[in-house]
Design a protein around this ligand. Structure first.
Ligand SMILES: *[C@@H]1O[C@H](CO)[C@@H](O)[C@H](O)[C@H]1NC(C)=O
Ligand SMILES: *[C@@H]1O[C@H](CO)[C@@H](O)[C@H](O)[C@H]1NC(C)=O
Length: 235
């Protein structure tokens, strides 16, 4: 009897509550969209790395250790630890290499810096690889240290060719097919919304390689670096 009454009550006013629920949902969604739009306009204030400086550092590293990629990496990391005070930004000096499978391409990476709005890694392979660059929410500066990277976008019939000392800039929203012809190593700097790039970085691991230790270590190192930067107030 009681439940019948209840049912009668709610079913007699279905329209207003249904309407209110949707007004609330649309309201919350609008606030979220506005918040994201606003955050996107101010994200620049959290950037620490400067593309011109990184390009100078790339060229200096190549000059200091010609034909020696390991030497270039040491040069880059020791310069960064001296340039950026440890209380402002965390530079990971431990060379923790992990495989990275993404967009069908495979290589290894060493995460030097990762935060919400920037990352700096060494990425490459001595074997060569090829795949889809991914469609990202960040600008990507690919500084070639050794070897060559080739790329093209639909519509181009000739390839773009990047050699040591050159920077391949992929603005956010741009996707390309790329190939690291034979061996190639690069310092990759991305600025924008880094967490939104992570699904692309993990998708091949979950759907193809099922290399659980690599997935675990990548998540562990990335998370650790992002948090240690947040603790320094670096977003
Ligand atoms: C770091 O590298 C830049 C670019 O090569 C150079 O101008 C600067 O002096 C270096 N800083 C240190 C501390 O080595
Ligand atoms: C680097 O390697 C290239 C090709 O093997 C060689 O031609 C060049 O002389 C080397 N440069 C130095 C400084 O060793």
């Amino acid at each position: 009897m009681v439940s019948n009454k209840k049912n009668l009550k709610t079913s007699s006013h279905p329209a207003p509550s249904f309407f209110l629920t949707w007004v609330k949902r649309i309201g919350v969604l609008s606030v979220l969209v506005l918040l994201c739009g606003w955050l996107d306009t101010i994200k620049d204030r959290w950037y620490i790395f400067d593309p011109d400086f990184l390009h100078e550092l790339q060229v200096a590293a190549i000059d200091a250790s010609p034909n020696d990629t390991a030497g270039m990496i040491k040069h880059i990391v020791s310069n960064l630890t001296e340039t950026y005070p440890d209380n402002k930004i965390h530079v990971n000096t431990h060379e923790e290499w992990v495989f990275n499978n993404a967009g069908g391409a495979m290589g290894a990476m060493y995460i030097i810096h990762a935060s919400i709005t920037e990352y700096l890694i060494i990425f490459g392979t001595p074997l060569g690889t090829e795949g889809h660059s991914g469609l990202h929410t960040a600008d990507d500066y690919f500084h070639i240290l050794s070897g060559e990277q080739w790329a093209f976008r639909p519509g181009a019939l000739e390839m773009e060719r990047y050699t040591p000392g050159m920077v391949h800039l992929m603005p956010r929203g741009v996707a390309k097919q790329y190939k690291m012809h034979k061996g190639c190593w690069a310092m990759e700097y991305a600025r924008g919304w880094i967490p939104l790039m992570l699904p692309f970085g993990f998708a091949d691991g979950f759907t193809s390689t099922l290399d659980v230790p690599t997935l675990y270590n990548t998540a562990r190192i990335t998370g650790r670096e992002i948090i240690s930067n947040l603790l320094r107030g670096k977003i």
